[in-house]
Write a protein that binds this ligand. Structure first.
Ligand code: KIV
Ligand code: ZN
Length: 524
């Protein structure tokens, strides 16, 4: 391999999905996987197959549909986990099993209760078992950044000996600082006799805001694989952000002299796609992909920019795919223009889905003068969601028939909700609440008999303009699990009710329950 080439290992679908509230369904994960493929990441970590049947299914489906990059599945160091990854990856031309086991004193003593010898024995056995499946193997000593360097070197050497071709050095809790982390990598380079047989990978969490800095420091010492996520999603404060590390290497090629294969012009749309499907909004001032990343407010800066762009801009927005001016579509735009725009926005729809989006586009174009990218994104999202919801539809699914509410400064907020049950019955109920949305949610809870704790509720305008569509995002907690729902409508009350109902349906589905305690059956 070219010694200056850095492999990009994207873990948005695994570590990223571990962000609270970032869970994605199968259709959404497939969209992201296809977008990562187009972005030209080298490795996609598609999930943790043993974690749930849904995780297994998504790794299997991604491995089936996405053939160019290496597809990787995560496993703890035990036979069950490893065999499950192998099963999910079966048939992929270049699958990878990623086996991990904690090595730091704190994890050995309190979590695993294992001595160093046992850690080594298990790590070696795990790598061997993964290797026996015929896939390439990556080994991660979890919490490596807090592991004694000599022990870390020993674990790394022993796992390479039995076939690990990538050794990942995670800063699991985001504790490292750049010089210390760099020192750990150079220690491994010096003290692991077979280190040249493996690629050193780095996986930095961002708890102290140093994930990208630590990653760069490790690359300077010879690490050549970076584990990262779109928008920096990930456990707690997240992981090293893909767009940041890639653009740091590209913009400072003069300094690092390292390259990736990333098609940087796709960074912006991929970031938006991930933000949409997870419901996690990108902060305005986020580096590279935030709304303000290329906005110049101060007069002095604007003046400088007009005279010479490089005075205040170190990257071209076009290089990361930020549209200079958005070409709007309208009711006279044809199928072909719409299809092309959908592809440009990194969505991968079936012909049937495209047809449905086109129908939705025509309806929307009658109601709105101009259709922006965000409108098209919302239509695509809705369609992906609908496809998934149709797949989800089981005996316990409720559908919104109608919602009405009454609110104002001199009245008690109230709502009437009418729901269809999949058995054909229609149920109506009403409730008062602290506000109209609260009243709608309470009425839905009364009808379905499901009570959840609302953690977050957000409403945003999909585009600019008075006729813009509203997107409602609901996050709830139910029996220790976080579930999210999202819906778009020109009526924000309706969007909110649909998003909340999605969550309720998911709760019912996970319980395998149908309708509970309907209060009033109108039809049967
Ligand atoms: O942060 C971590 O240590 C991980 C490992 C599973 C690689 O995510
Ligand atoms: Zn991690």
């Amino acid at each position: 391999m070219d010694p200056n080439r850095v492999l990009i290992f994207d873990t948005t679908l695994r570590d990223g999905e571990q962000s609270p509230g970032a869970s994605m369904n199968l259709a959404e994960k497939l969209q992201v996987a296809h977008a990562l493929d187009e972005l030209c990441v080298d490795i996609i970590e598609a999930g943790f197959p043993i974690a749930s049947p849904g995780d297994f299914e998504s790794v299997r489906e991604i491995a089936r549909q996405v053939q160019r990059p290496i597809i990787c599945g995560l496993a703890r160091c035990n036979a069950g986990d490893i065999d499950r990854v192998a099963e999910a990856l079966r048939g992929h031309p270049h699958g990878r099993i990623h086996v991990f086991l904690a090595t730091s004193a704190i994890h050995r003593e309190f979590k695993l209760r294992m001595a160093k010898e046992e850690i080594i024995r298990r790590a070696v056995d795990g790598v061997k078992r993964a290797k026996d499946h015929g896939f390439e193997v990556e080994f991660s000593p979890e919490d490596a950044a807090r592991t004694e360097l000599d022990f870390l070197a020993e674990v790394v050497e022993r796992t390479i000996e039995v076939g690990a071709t990538t050794v990942n050095i995670p800063d699991t809790v985001g504790y490292a600082v750049p010089s210390q982390y760099a020192n750990a990598i150079s220690h491994l380079k010096k003290h692991v006799s077979n280190i040249e047989k493996a690629i050193i990978s780095v996986h930095c969490h961002n708890d102290l805001g140093m994930a990208v800095a630590n990653t760069l420091a490790a690359l300077e010492q010879g690490a050549r694989q970076v584990e990262c996520t779109i928008n920096g999603l990930g456990e707690r404060a997240g992981n090293c952000a893909l767009e940041e590390i890639v653009m740091a290497l590209r913009t400072r090629q003069d300094y690092f002299a390292l390259d990736t294969a990333i098609q940087t012009k796709k960074l912006y749309t991929t970031s938006r796609l991930v933000s949409h499907v997870t419901g996690i909004v990108v902060q305005r001032n986020k580096a590279i992909v935030g709304q303000n990343a290329f906005a110049h407010e101060a007069g002095i800066h604007q003046d400088g920019m007009l005279k010479e762009r490089s005075t205040y801009e170190i990257m071209n927005p076009e290089d990361v795919g930020v549209p200079k001016t958005e070409l709007v579509l309208g009711k006279h735009s044809g199928r072909h223009a719409l299809k092309q725009r959908i592809l440009d926005l990194s969505y991968h729809l079936t012909e049937a889905q495209l047809e449905k989006v086109y129908d939705g586009f025509k309806v929307l174009a009658d109601r709105k003068k101009t259709i922006y990218n965000a409108d098209i994104e919302a239509l695509c999202e809705n369609q992906i969601h609908l496809t998934e919801l149709q797949a989800e539809a089981q005996s316990n699914t409720w559908t919104l028939e109608a919602v009405a509410c009454n609110a104002g400064s001199a009245t008690i907020p109230s709502a009437v909700v009418c729901l269809w049950h999949q058995d054909g019955s229609v149920v109506r109920d009403c409730s008062i609440g602290d506000g109209p949305i609260d009243a709608v949610f309470q009425a839905i809870e009364r009808i379905t008999g499901v009570n959840v704790v609302l953690q977050d509720y957000r409403l945003r305008s999909v585009t600019i303009g008075e006729d813009a569509q509203g997107e409602a995002h609901v996050e709830v907690e139910h029996e220790g699990r976080t579930l999210t729902g999202r819906a778009v409508s020109t009526d924000v009350i309706e969007a909110s009710a649909m998003a909340f109902l999605q969550v309720i349906n998911r709760v019912l589905r996970t319980k395998g329950l149908g309708r509970i305690l309907p209060t009033e059956t109108l039809e049967n």
